[in-house]
Design a protein. Sequence first.
Length: 82
Amino acid sequence: MPLITSPNFDAGDDFYEALLAAHQGLEPAQSHAFNARLILLLANHIGRQDVLLEALSAAARSTSSDAPPAGFASHEDPHERT
């Protein structure tokens, strides 16, 4: 199963808003720990090393661009919320 990078669900913006809300009130270290737990939960759900490695590569490539992740509109960084 290859990594799906095109929009794959109809509520991407709603999920992103929920993700921002989950980060609200967290200190940066708590936010990073939350992200790590979420990533590990999703990685466990995917369960395929090849897909996970492809996702790591795709994420590394996208860190140098201003483009939002696939399936999401451009939003603010959750760490910059007040």
